[in-house]
Every structure is written in structure tokens, then in C-alpha cells.
Design a protein around this ligand. Sequence first.
Ligand code: GLN
Ligand code: ZN
Length: 764
Amino acid sequence: MKNIELHVPGFPRIGARRELKTALERHWRGELPATELEATGRALRARHWAAQRAAGLSFVTAGDFAYYDHVANHVLMFGCEPARFHFDGEPELARYFTLARGRSEGERCGCAGHDAAALEMTKWFDTNYHYLVPEFTADTAFTLASERLFDEVAEAKALGHAVKATLIGPLTFLWLGKCTDGTDRLALLDRLLPVYGQVLARLKAQGVAWVQIDEPILGLDLPQAWRSAFENAYWQLNQAGAPLLLATYFSPLEENLSLACRLPVAGLHVDGVRAAHELVNVADWLPVHKVLSVGIVDGRNIWRTDLDAALARLAPVVDKRGGNLWLATSCSLLHVPYSLAPETALDAELKSWLAFAHEKLDELALLRTALTAPDDAQQALAQARAAVAARRTSPRVRDAAVRTRLAGLTAEAERREAPFAERRTLQQARLRLPPFPTTTIGSFPQTPAIRTARAAFKRGELAAAAYEAAMHAEIEHAIRQQEALGLDVLVHGEAERNDMVEYFGEQLAGFAFTVNGWVQSYGSRCVKPPIIWGDVARPAPMTVAWARHAQSLTELPVKGMLTGPVTILQWSFVRDDQPRADTATQIALAIRDEVADLQEAGIAIVQIDEPALREGLPLRQGQRAAYLDWAVRAFRITAGAARADTQIHTHMCYAEFNDILPQIAALDADVITIETSRSAMALLDGFGNYRYPNDIGPGVYDIHAPRVPGRDEMLALLRRARAVIPARQLWVNPDCGLKTRGWEETRQALKNMVDAARTLRVEH
Ligand code: GLN
Ligand code: ZN
């Protein structure tokens, strides 16, 4: 007799129609009172629990909901809001949004000293979800300070559900935070554990069936002190008497496997997709009286599960566990869209290959039926099998020309015509740029007029010729502004682009787009990642006409502007039927052809943006070298089409590159522009120490705020940069693209920036 229970580690919260986003933004504009925002939250939770129950899950999950971010929920729950916010009796939700969004000077009481920047935001492991970073100091105190989790549990119980509560474990919570005074955050554990004990005791008293406690850091290369802290911490937590399901996900446990299996908890959840090879081992090591939850359905991607393969993977585990097993998605479904139902624009075949959150719940139910009452599952299994087989054998997925080209690739494709020193001489002769050349990162303000025109064109309400004329006018405007400002290398401004990945994906073969496939990125912000389902090819040039038009308007060089292969890959849902490296190489070849065509059209400088290169790094150190190898190769193949006198730029947003400087140098871009202003150029030190050989444009001003920096401020940053990087290698530019800024502030800031560069030239 088999006993299979079903659950999910978490469910998306933004709402199938992004109801939470709408409500939040209305609340922030002062149009929706907190009580109504809370009503929206309650309705969403009720709907999400009902879906879990309807799919036959054994428990609904409470505690995965958040108005902004689940890590920030814990900051409230543990009463560790940083003192710098000077909270003074504000309601909980108001404090929460202040932590998340910051507060500007005088907003509250008119006196100085109450302004506060939001908590820093950073990526949740290797996902595109961003969490708010808890801030600690040596004397951070923790208290049980919020009733929200218990209220949500009570809400679910009142609706008649069996409830599994979920929270982040103490070690992961501390790991995700930072000590602003440089002390060791692990030292706070002893102070934090009693509060966890209180939370668990309360949950037990409420009668929850289980408490899922997430410790995904068990999948990281942890310092020994952190590993050692687990046993004692969980021994203490176990005293509360609530049945604990320790959840890990996103990567294999490896050296932490036996530790995870031995911790004094009632159950263990493991990622059965990314750590499939460890399943049998876990089944062996985990004592039989404990629950094993296998995350067998991928929570990170949108492909229909190969159920036969899943059942084959589960078979030895079911045997070893005497038929007792929990099945789940590998991780929270936060990282996938809600449902395929509204995707009316996807063709039926492609749609049959996919599974979003709701469909994944059904897959879990079907897997259980297949294990417990195989006869009842046959028909549904056959259907699923047919869809998976169709995808595997579909001629649509393969493009013979792409495959031939890929197979024929040699190291030659990665090589520029000449080494950097020679290229620089040729490029200098062609471009005749002054020392400290000035440029921007690509986009200029996306004004309401631009958005309106693009939306009307997409809806078919604006004719192609009229749209083109409107964009040409925008390009001309951007070019004239840049000329008047005295910039040295111009850009066309990217007015025609909605998004730097979507723009290319829409024109490449092998990509599909959803109408409603939203995934939360942070707070109320959602993204709609493209789906790469087949071989990638470029049927026609994608940017050449715009670039040629821009260049025809001016004597100054205009940069061609492309998104790099790694970034396109990283910000999409990627096919899982071939290695990511192969998909990256296919994209690289497509973008390479664009580089060649831009060059043919007379464009002397091509920028290949790779802001996501660093964020693609695998969680485990051991896998990083392989990733960096193919990522660097993909970039080099893309740039390899450029002649020696064509200057290749690349751009990356953050500049914490110290650990991968050899690979950044191996890209061999003639110029790299990076974000450095917020660190006052400190991030540049690594490049200096490494003696980075090619040209660098360290950002001299932060484009994330409307503030206009003065000339002297930027001059000071440039002098700092010059102390670290030889003057001949330095470019002058903002941190990133200007699409979110207004024209007025942009003009003033760039004017000051050009002034700063000119002053530096005189000094020089
Ligand atoms: N070229 C892009 C822009 O200027 C780069 C954006 C990015 O780095 N995220 O908007
Ligand atoms: Zn950027």
C-alpha cells in the first residue's frame, strides 16, 4: 500500500491578472486604503489555497504570501527593522513599505534626518526574483513582532484547509542578510533561535499539520562554521514540538547531504530536478521514520514534465521508503506564471508542451495516481506522453542549417582579426576620439509619446510607415541632443525597443511570447520572460535599418546596440532538451550575424550588452568554471565577426567582478562600460589591481534616481578612476541606460558629464 502526499513549497502571489500589482500601486499612490489592499491579499490567498485544494494537494501552504517580498516579511516578524528608519509607531504595513521602497527626506515630519534609502535588493539565489536584504548589527535584537503569519494560518484554517505553514529557516535568514557594522551575522543565531521557538510553538498551538522551514543555503558551498551551526539550531527548534519539514532547493546538497538527513526534523524536501542524481542517496541516508518530499516537478521552468522519466526516477525511492513519499514541485512556484489557460495566442502544439503553476499542480496529482492506482492514470499518462514525445521528435524544434553551422564551428569563430593593441591603433585612426571619450549606454528616455506609438503599432492601430516615421523622429531628436551636448560617441536611443531581450526574441526564430506569463521580479514588478523552444536563427537583420538611419544623420560615430547571447538566455525560459551552452551558442551565432550586418552598413562601433553575465553563475563553485567557459565563448563568437577596425563595446550593470576578472578580460571587448558610481569607484579597484588590459568606462553617475549630479562630483570620481586605471584606457559615461529618466534631467546630467570630461582633458 503506497501512501503519497502532495504539496508545493510555495505558490505565486501576484495574482493571475496581477491583481496584487494593481492594488499595491494604487495603495502607494494613495488611491487605495490599506484595508482594501488587505482585502485583495486575502482574496488572492483564498483563491490560491482553493486551487491547491482542488488539485488534490494534501495541505495548502500558508506563509508564502507577501505584499512585497517574503524575506522582508521575516524582518517584520522578527522585529529587526534597522534603526536607521527611525520608526515611531507607524502601522506595520506602512513600515513594511518604507523598508521596501525607502522614504525621502522630510516625508514624515519635515525635519531632516528621517530620510532613508530602501533596504538593498538582491537576487534570490540564481533566480530573477529579488529579495530585500535584512540589515543587522552586532546588537540587533529579535522579538516576535508580527502576527501576520499566524493570521494567515488562521485564515486558511477558517476556510477549512489542512495547513502547512512555511517560513525561512534561521540560518538561511541570517545568510541572506548583511551586518552593516562588519560583524559576523552568524553570531546572532543564538539570539534569533528563541524567537523561532516562539513562532513554532504558536504554529503548533494553531494546529498546523506541518511547518516547512526553508534552508536552501544547504545547496551552497558553506563555510564550516555555518554548516556546524545547523545541528544545534535544529535541535533547539525541534523542542517546540511542531513537525518540521526542512526544505532545500535550487541545487544539490553534496557535502551537506548527510547533515541534512541527520538533522532532528520530521521531514526533508529535496530538489528532485536539479539534484536528481542525489535522490537515491537521500532515500538511503534519511531515516525511514522521517518524511521524504521529492520536488519532482520543475518549479523553475515551464516545460511539461516527462512523467515516465519522473516515475522511473521515483521508482527506487518509493521502494526504499516502503511506499511512503511526498511529491512536490522542486521549489516554490513563485518563479513560473500562473496558468496556460489565458494563453490563446500560443499555437496549440507549443502550448501542449508547457506547464505553468496550475498545470504543475495537476502533474503532481497525476503522478500520485500513477503510483497509487496505475490503472486510473493510464489515459492521462498516455496523453502527457504523446505531448512529450511530440516535442522530442518535432521537426519544428530543429533547424538543420543552425545545427550544421554549430557543428562546423571552430576556434576561428571566436578570434578577432588582430590582438587588442593593434585593433586599438586601427580604431583610433578610424574614429579619432579625444582622450576620455564620452558616450552613453544606449537608451534615452522612453517618453509617453514613444510608448503610446509603440502600443498603437502593436495593436495594429498605427500603420508601419507612421510608426517608422515616429521612431525616426525620436532617433533624430536623440542624435541632435547628443550633438548639442558634445558627446563623442552617439547612440540611436533605443526608442523602438520595449525591452532589451523581448525586442530581439520577437525577431528570432525559436522564441515564443506569452500574453499573460508574468513572473514577479520584485515588489509589484513583474516580467514576462520569452520561451526559447527551438533552434535559434535570425531570419532577417533586426537593428540595421534603425542604426543606418541614425548614422545617416550625423558625422559622429553612432554605436550599434545589441543584447548579448548570455543575457538573452538568462532572462528567458530556456529549452531543457539540450545543454544551455548549446542554446547560448545558437543565439551567439544569430547576434554575430547582426554584428556583421551592422559593420557592413558602415557602423564603426557595436555594443553587445551582457548585464546578466555575472548573474548566470551557478550556485556551486564547482560548476562555475564550465559556465564561464561557454558564456565567454558565446560572447567571443558574437564579437568575432567584427573586423579589427570595428570597435566592440560591452556593458554590464553591476561591477562586482573581482572573482571573474580573468573571464571579463577574456571577453576581449575593446571597451567595457560598467556601473561604479554608487560605490564611488571602489568597484574599479579590482580592474586596476588586475591590470585590466582593454578600455573601461566606469559609470560616473547613478541613473536610478532623477538627481542631477554636478560636474565637480563626476570630476572627482574620474580622478579617482584615473588613479587606478591608466588614463588612455578611460571612457566617460553614465552607469547604465537612461530609458527610465526624463529628458530635462538627462540633458543637464550629460552636460555636466561632458564638462567633467573636458576639464579632465585639460588637466591631462
Ligand atoms: N543598452 C541598454 C540600455 O541602455 C542596456 C541596459 C542594461 O544594461 N540593462 O538601456
Ligand atoms: Zn546597465
